[in-house]
Design a protein around this ligand. Structure first.
Ligand SMILES: Cc1ncc(COP(=O)(O)O)c(C=O)c1O
Length: 470
């Protein structure tokens, strides 16, 4: 693996957030955020007081923007701040069916007014939800295990994979993020330097055909990237860890929203299974319609052994989980015990079931495919006009716009991405920046994003890119 692609020891915050600074590309993304002094930049004394109270008593928190967004209301694709300003939400995937969808609010409040307990009493809603969720999966993925967060779901998935395979090791992507439990943080390679990881973790280069070791135009890209798993598997076997699982996010969020070659996952899955491991599709970002299909893995004609779910599942309510086969779930049940106080409660499952019904009835996966097609066409025009845009890519409504200082050297234009994210807010648009170098603008709106919304985004982006160039 080239040193160019070796990661440095940055924190999650540095990797996943957008900085308020206009630092050089070398400076960690959010070094400035950590030391950010809102007292110097914030003019609004009311906002400053809230920031300071928050800082005094809220641990581990980060705030986007120089003038933090003080959001007090959400409706559909729009967010409103405490001054009544309206923002087009191009960032929040969690509010999948739109902010405060009336049917979700109604389901939640009606059930909360009636009963909310754990799953140790018989209740219709958890059973109905699991039936409906399993019905969206390929044959054989029948059993649902519910959690409250995506991190818990991935942690449980790794426990299942370890028991089923008898091995301990995991193959993951470089610069991955899968969650915050001790086990899953160790599989989240954006949190650690390559030389500071447990020997049950082996990371491979993601299939970045724009700036990775194998690039668009070359033959057999899927195979070339998949072959990188061979070394990871060999390392895990040599250390005695063996291969328990391959865990991957099909939209490659923290890698800057990548479009893997069509046959990539088929080839990696075959290698992992040949080594005795299980394939875990982390659908916490990709799932529930975002990619234009219900599940991200469906874009690649593979069937995972375990599918993990979260974020959009409850449109803001904390529900997550996994879906697997009866055989894997039974093996786990023979050896272990799983109880989670809050997961699968009647309120969560009513909400989850309502969100699922809305996605299906309003055909939101198809909406994502349609609007993404329109947006990609318009973004291609912007790319033609603005040299700063090096690449536009993604699956469905998870789009990455990679900014470069030079289209030949591909030098990342992180400052520009940060300025755009910051100034888009002033233009009434909330958007993010991501990727290994923080130079990829991330478009990941609620699934109800329309072509008119896309046009507004394009108009503002065009304006800012023109201003940056002048
Ligand atoms: C791909 C992926 N998996 C898992 C997680 C963890 O989910 P949660 O924050 O709900 O624990 C995240 C969160 O950002 C994620 O992006």
């Amino acid at each position: 693996m080239s040193t160019e692609h070796a990661i440095t020891n940055r924190t999650l915050i540095e990797r996943l957030s957008m900085s308020n600074s206009q630092d050089s590309n070398q400076k960690p993304l959010v070094a400035a955020l950590a030391s950010q002094n809102h007292a110097e930049t914030l003019k609004d004394s009311e906002a400053l007081e809230l920031v300071q109270r928050r800082h005094a008593h809220l641990g581990g928190s980060i705030l986007f923007y120089k003038e933090p967004a003080h959001i007090v209301k959400g409706e559909g694709i729009w967010l409103y701040d405490n001054k009544g300003n309206k923002y087009l939400d191009c960032y929040n995937n969690v509010a999948s069916v739109g902010h405060c969808h009336p049917r979700v609010v109604e389901a939640l409040s009606t059930q909360a007014a009636q009963l909310n307990t754990h799953t140790r009493y018989l209740h219709e809603s958890v059973v109905t939800y699991c039936e409906n969720l399993a019905a969206t999966m390929p044959d054989g993925l029948d059993v649902v295990m519910l959690t409250c967060t995506g991190s818990e779901a991935n942690d449980l998935a790794m426990q299942l994979a370890r028991m089923m395979s008898g091995n301990q090791g995991a193959v993951v992507m470089e610069n991955s993020y899968h969650g915050n439990t001790t086990l899953i943080a160790s599989l989240s390679t954006c949190l650690s330097a390559a030389d500071n990881r447990p020997d049950y973790v082996a990371a491979i280069e993601p299939p970045n055909t724009y700036r990775g070791p194998f690039r668009a135009g070359e033959a057999n890209l899927g195979q070339k990237y998949a072959d990188l798993a061979d070394e990871a598997i060999a390392v895990l076997q040599a250390s005695g860890q063996g291969v328990a699982a391959f865990m991957c996010d099909a939209v490659f969020d923290t890698q800057g929203s990548l479009e893997a070659p069509k046959d990539y996952f088929q080839q990696v899955y075959a290698k992992i299974r040949a080594a005795g491991g299980l394939c875990i599709a982390d659908e916490v970002q990709a799932g529930f319609g975002r990619t234009g299909k219900m599940w991200g893995f469906e874009n690649f004609d593979v069937v995972p052994d375990i599918v993990t779910l979260g974020k959009p599942m409850g449109a803001g309510h904390p529900i997550a989980g996994l879906v697997t086969s009866r055989a894997i779930a039974d093996r786990f049940a023979e050896q272990a015990f799983y109880f989670n106080t809050f997961s699968g409660n009647p309120v969560s499952t009513k909400v989850g079931d309502t969100v699922l019904a809305i996605i299906q009835q309003q055909q939101l996966a198809q909406n994502c495919a349609d609007v993404a097609l329109h947006l990609r066409t318009e973004l291609a025009k912007l790319q033609h006009k603005h040299p700063l845009i090096g690449d536009v890519r993604g699956l469905g409504m998870f789009i990455g716009i990679e900014l470069v200082r030079d289209r030949d050297s591909l030098e990342p234009a992180r400052e520009a991405a940060l300025i755009i994210a910051e100034q888009m807010k002033a233009e009434g648009i909330l958007i993010g920046a991501t990727g290994r170098y923080g130079n990829v603008i991330k478009v990941r709106p609620p699934l109800v994003f329309s072509k008119d919304n896309a046009d507004l985004l394009i108009e503002k982006l065009d304006k800012l890119l023109s201003e940056l160039a002048s």
